[in-house]
Design a protein around this ligand. Structure first.
Ligand SMILES: [Zn+2]
Length: 96
C-alpha cells in the first residue's frame, strides 16, 4: 500500500486517493484538429520507470496532487501541488 504525502494534508494512505492519469500530457490548442485531440484523450506512453501522475485526494482535501512514482517499484519520490513542478528523475535511477 502506498503512502502519499499530500501537500495540504500530509502523509495519507493510498486508499484516500484515486489515480487520475498522466501528468505530463498537455491539452492541444483549440484549433489543433481531431487527431491531436484523439491523442490527447486516448494515447498514452505507458512508461517503465519514473512517471509523473495525477492523484485526486478524494478522501481528504479533494485537491489534485502531482506524484512522481516509479511504475516498476511503486516508490513515490516526490509530490507537489498542481501548479508546482516536479523534479526530473535522475537517469541513473531510471530503469531501462
Ligand atoms: Zn489532501
Amino acid at each position: 500500500m502506498h503512502q502519499i504525502d499530500c501537500p495540504w494534508c500530509g502523509v495519507r494512505d493510498e486508499a484516500e486517493f484515486k489515480y487520475r492519469g498522466d501528468a505530463t500530457v498537455t491539452r492541444p490548442a483549440a484549433g489543433a484538429g481531431a487527431d491531436a485531440f484523439h491523442d490527447y484523450v486516448h494515447t498514452r506512453a505507458n512508461p517503465k520507470g519514473w512517471h509523473a501522475e495525477w492523484w485526486h485526494h478524494t478522501g481528504g482535501c479533494r485537491q489534485l496532487v502531482k506524484v512522481l512514482r516509479n511504475t516498476l517499484t511503486h516508490e513515490i519520490r516526490q509530490t507537489a501541488r498542481a501548479a508546482e513542478p516536479l523534479a526530473a528523475p535522475s537517469p541513473e535511477t531510471t530503469p531501462t
